[in-house]
Ligand binder design. Structure first.
Ligand code: 13P
Ligand code: ZN
Length: 273
């Protein structure tokens, strides 16, 4: 069967990266059944032939109006599709959509009419915001990392930057590679516009956002970048929980030690250390 990826190496590489990360999410145990979703803004790879491709779905409402994504194209995981399947067959478990001129609806254009993820309102709201700021970020990843979700069940961790500080202090690399820390969104129904709106507020300050009792959503320059930030934060959460399971509260790096990392690595000082 012909694919939109045929003879388009840059677009194929972007989708192959999504498939690679989908495999990591499954291997890490963060993607039970259809858990998690990925979208990538692929508009930079779109040529005239793609622009003229007919819709293979009816017009589908997004549920919200997003003026900055008008005419943009996104690769999206399909709703109900499994990451472990997407890792092998990304175009059978995801599809490419075109945002219509009303900025409130889309059509699927390739390869098959796979209905996009139920979290599309959150993903597209973040892409819309990123475009409006001139950001180079193209990817959004939502997944269910075990340790971070476990920590989100403790209200004491959910205050502004409480979890950020604990996680940064577990291992210096967390501060270096997740320098904006972790935003928190109170529990909201999966797939809801309320969840999308709350996520959008947090993504203005953070690249990575914790959805209470649900999962993580991160944005990045590409899908690897978004995945890496979740991975380093969940590593820190795992270290915290391993220390607790050995029966002690981990010491954590001192404020001075963390400040030193911020200075030496020239990290943005947006959060208190
Ligand atoms: P989808 O299968 O619709 O992508 O949903 C998975 C999920 O994690 C919802 O939050
Ligand atoms: Zn989810």
């Amino acid at each position: 069967m012909n694919s939109i990826l045929d003879s388009r190496p840059a677009l194929k590489a972007a989708v192959d990266d999504v498939a690679e990360v989908a495999g990591y999410l499954w291997q890490k145990g963060w993607a039970e059944r259809n858990g998690g979703n990925i979208t990538v803004n692929i508009t930079e790879h779109v040529d005239d032939a793609i622009r003229h491709m007919p819709a293979i779905s009816e017009v589908i409402p997004i549920g919200t109006t997003l003026p900055h994504i008008k005419g943009c194209y996104f690769y999206c995981k399909g709703t109900g599709k499994r990451m472990r399947d997407m890792a092998r067959w990304p175009m059978q478990n995801g599809s490419i959509i075109r945002i219509l001129d009303d900025c409130a609806s889309y059509v699927i254009i390739a390869d098959q009419p796979v209905m996009p993820t139920s979290e599309l309102p959150s993903h597209l709201s973040m892409h819309d915001y990123l475009i409006s700021t001139g950001s180079k970020y193209k990817a959004s990843v939502h997944t269910h990392p075990i340790e971070l979700v476990a920590m989100s069940h403790n209200p004491a961790f959910l205050g502004k930057d409480v979890l950020t500080r604990i996680l940064w202090s577990m291992i210096p690399e967390t501060l270096a590679f997740a320098p904006l820390g972790l935003g928190v969104v109170p529990y909201a129904l999966p797939g809801s516009v309320k969840l999308a709106e709350a996520t959008l507020e947090q993504i203005k300050d953070y690249d990575v956002v914790l959805w209470e009792k649900h999962g993580i959503t991160a944005v990045g320059q590409d899908v690897m970048d978004a995945f890496d930030q979740i991975d380093v934060l969940n590593k820190a959460a795992t270290i915290y929980l391993r220390a607790k399971s050995m029966g002690f509260e981990p010491d954590g790096m001192t404020d001075e030690a963390m400040k030193e990392v911020q200075d030496v690595f020239h990290l943005p000082k947006t959060r208190p250390c």
